[in-house]
Design a protein around this ligand. Sequence first.
Ligand SMILES: CC(=O)SCCNC(=O)CCNC(=O)[C@H](O)C(C)(C)COP(=O)(O)OP(=O)(O)OC[C@H]1O[C@@H](n2cnc3c(N)ncnc32)[C@H](O)[C@@H]1OP(=O)(O)O
Ligand SMILES: CC(C)C(=O)C(=O)O
Length: 495
Amino acid sequence: MTNSAFPSLSTPAGPIPADAPQWNRQRRSQMPSHRYRDVYSRVDVPLTSREWPTKRLTAAPLWVPVDLRDGNQALAEPMDPARKLRFFELLIAMGYKEIEIGYPSASQTDYDFVRVIAEGEIVPADVAVVVFTPARRDLIERTVESIRGIRNEVVIHMYTATAPIWREMVLGKGREELRELVLAGARDVLELAGHLPNVRFEFSPEVFNLTEPDYVVEICDAVTELWDATPQRPVILNLPATVEIATPNVYADQIEYMHTRLARRDSVILSVHPHNDRGTGIARAELAVLAGAQRVEGCIFGNGERTGNVDIATLALNLHAQGVDPMIDFSDIDEIRRTVEYCNRIEVHPRHPYVGDLVHTAFSGTHQDAIKKGFAEHRARAAAEGRPERHIEWRVPYLPIDPADLGRSYDAVIRVNSQSGKGGIAYLLESEYGIELPRRMQIDFSRRVQEHTDSTGVEIDAAGLLALFERSYPSSGLGATEATDDPSLPERSAS
Ligand SMILES: CC(=O)SCCNC(=O)CCNC(=O)[C@H](O)C(C)(C)COP(=O)(O)OP(=O)(O)OC[C@H]1O[C@@H](n2cnc3c(N)ncnc32)[C@H](O)[C@@H]1OP(=O)(O)O
Ligand SMILES: CC(C)C(=O)C(=O)O
């Protein structure tokens, strides 16, 4: 049966599943879901008991932004040198201590940028830079050549896909041959850069999340042995969810499996690199840290191939919102966003966590009412405690963090349309014009605002509210003039 409004869609015509509860009348759809297999039939997830669900996030992991490599390789127009430099300077200013700066064998631009880092004086001494390479000798040579002269710590990050489909379809190798390819690459890295005292190594078994667990432990252990990982010169093992394929708890199980089985564990920095194909990159990274990950690679605001890399700004601010220092400075999030948008030439969505234009805004009446009461309580409590408002505990309903922590004002916290109520309208008039409406008048005026916004269908700003107010109550004498002492009419407060 076709749906007249949406002719290309057909109403599901299949049966209601036999085991569906009485209250659920959904029918089987026409979607060809039988074409896909669940994760449990694609990869063994052998953990039977787990510690991670009982753990808590109490400290920030080491954040490693990969915007200049993984983010960059996803852009229709990769960053030019000026954009790369601007992005890099932003990352330094925010406080990142390890930054992936590129894939020097990919293009002359990437190579030249590494040379800019090598030859300039722009990297603080306590910042390590990461360069990325596949396990191919020619490309490893080019990578090592690119870092010559860098005095900072450098991480050479080598990757090879290890999952069966990639092994067979892309690289044309069996398990043993692939192991040999990885070890040959690792030997090349060691031969060409092992003598450089400021260089450390990282290995990523790409598509870790679809690789047989015993095999990935075997490969990783072979690599850490070859590179002779020690606590003084630890090796980073980075376990990517290159393409998300399962619920985040499965990834947490996979990470805990590795965390508890890897050899030389005290000489390994366990790192994760989630993507966001299922929209669960954040959850994946958070659960992975519970499961033993110490380092997280991602992109600020989640740029990256397909649906992006995990968003390390959201991850960090999730910690902040739990009272944990994110170790990265987001106190001017709009400046960060402007720079990221300029460099990536991609806009940040208005609903993007923490940074979107609308994420600190309530249009709906009951939420506005709660926020208004929350602000009043906040101010009163600060006064009662004799402490600045910015220092006391934040408890305002519907605002998970204080927008001021991110350098934002409260201007857009309440915006009025037909979904709004008297609390929000009163808040705007009071905060913008110092007009305090008595409750009876709030009720009356909000009815008039409702009529107005219902008929126009659009938002009304504070100036529009004031004009409507003056038209509605000409005898109030407010607006540009004096407050009245008639108790049924509003007062203009001293502020
Ligand atoms: C998950 C990730 O983000 S991985 C990073 C992906 N990023 C990029 O690819 C961006 C930069 N890449 C590039 O500029 C180019 O791909 C280059 C310069 C690295 C290589 O270019 P080319 O030599 O033209 O090779 P091409 O791009 O076709 O790569 C495929 C070849 O590399 C091999 N390969 C792929 N990954 C790896 C690896 N990690 N280690 C060794 N070989 C690999 C493939 O088997 C294939 O070999 P074949 O040609 O013998 O079949
Ligand atoms: C190779 C790794 C680090 C990666 O970029 C990925 O798997 O997405």
